[in-house]
Design a protein around this ligand. Structure first.
Ligand SMILES: [Mn+2]
Length: 325
């Protein structure tokens, strides 16, 4: 925390410091960026994309976030760049300017950033990046913990843990600490977050993806895979609930293939680590992959079938621990 405070204060003393979000624009990355940006006027939360929930919450809270183009005109005097919740530069979707010190705050198991001496890596095994940001604000900038900031942080924590399904003791403790001193009601807020509207074309796309599912025995593992045009994470989640040990959803758009994988807790306990597998996939067929043990992704130029096949081959070679079911 001391290192982080030092890095930020020396960077903001030199000029503007953008806080860059992951390109998926999920609540964890957006919430982390905006909350951290509230600690100094030279910090600005920005990124390629705001996800659906993040967009809704930011609008409601009037939270400052700047949308960037793929190759933004960076201000000439940058004091540094903070990147939150992204395990590599590709995951930001942006080309970052060279020669500017970076600080990466992240909780993914894999990391593909390269660091030089003026850079700082702040990585932990927290269940969400907003947890790290809360702890930093709580110890260094408690006045910044307004209701709005608390909501952004809590929303990131709730969504990244799948509404606490993948939480641990520290994550639950952090949620309690966020609420301690908040002037809003937890249940009402959760209801607000859950209230996600799926329009009829999205519903159609999800159903189509489900109707295309294939189940395969992959070595020691059961895999259900399909392709979807939208909501891949949601589809993969449904598939694990349907009994898949590993779920894989692929998507091809604008010359780019994206794989989204989910595994049950039982599978990760038996030896599956999807983040490591996606990283290995990128070593084998290029592109960019990584993530957590039970939730991970890969993006690259390979065609969809080739990427799926490569993943399936990898899965077939994953060992299963003896003592687990
Ligand atoms: Mn995250």
């Amino acid at each position: 925390m001391e290192d982080l405070a030092k890095w930020i204060s020396s960077a903001t003393a030199k000029g503007a410091v953008p806080i860059i979000t992951g390109r998926n624009g999920d609540m964890d990355t957006i919430g982390s960026a905006i909350a951290l940006a509230s600690t100094h006027p030279n910090l600005m939360a920005c990124g390629l994309h705001l996800g659906k929930l993040a967009n809704r919450l930011c609008n409601e809270l009037n939270a400052p976030f700047r949308k960037l183009s793929k190759s933004p005109d960076w201000p000439s005097k940058l004091g540094g760049i903070v990147i939150v919740d992204a395990a590599s530069e590709t995951q930001t979707g942006l080309a970052l300017p060279e020669g500017v010190p970076i600080c990466v705050i992240d909780h993914h198991d894999t990391c593909e950033w390269e660091f030089s001496e003026s850079d700082l890596e702040f990585r932990s095994n927290a269940r969400s990046t907003t947890q790290i940001i809360f702890n930093y604000l709580n110890s260094n900038h408690p006045k910044c913990l307004t209701d709005e900031v608390r909501k952004l942080l809590l929303a990131g924590l709730i969504t990244d843990t799948g509404r606490f399904k993948h939480a641990d003791r520290d994550a639950i403790l952090c949620a309690a600490n966020i609420l301690d001193g908040a002037n809003f009601e937890y249940q009402e807020f959760v209801e607000y977050i859950q209230n996600e509207e799926i329009n009829s074309s999205e519903r159609g796309a999800i159903l189509k993806a489900l109707s295309r599912c294939q189940t395969t025995e992959c070595g020691k593992w059961n895999l259900i895979h399909t392709h979807a045009g939208i909501h891949e994470g949601k589809v993969a989640g449904i598939l694990t609930q349907a009994g898949a040990e590993v779920a894989l959803v692929s998507r091809y758009r604008d010359g780019e293939t994206r794989l989204t994988a989910r595994a049950t807790r039982n599978s990760t306990k038996s030896g599956i680590h999807l983040g490591e597998m996606m990283k290995e996939l990128s070593n084998k067929i290029g592109g960019d992959g990584g993530g957590h043990d039970g939730a991970a992704g890969w993006t690259g130029k390979s065609d969809r079938i080739a990427a799926e096949t490569a993943f399936i081959n990898l899965l077939a070679n994953q060992r299963r621990n003896q003592n687990e079911p």
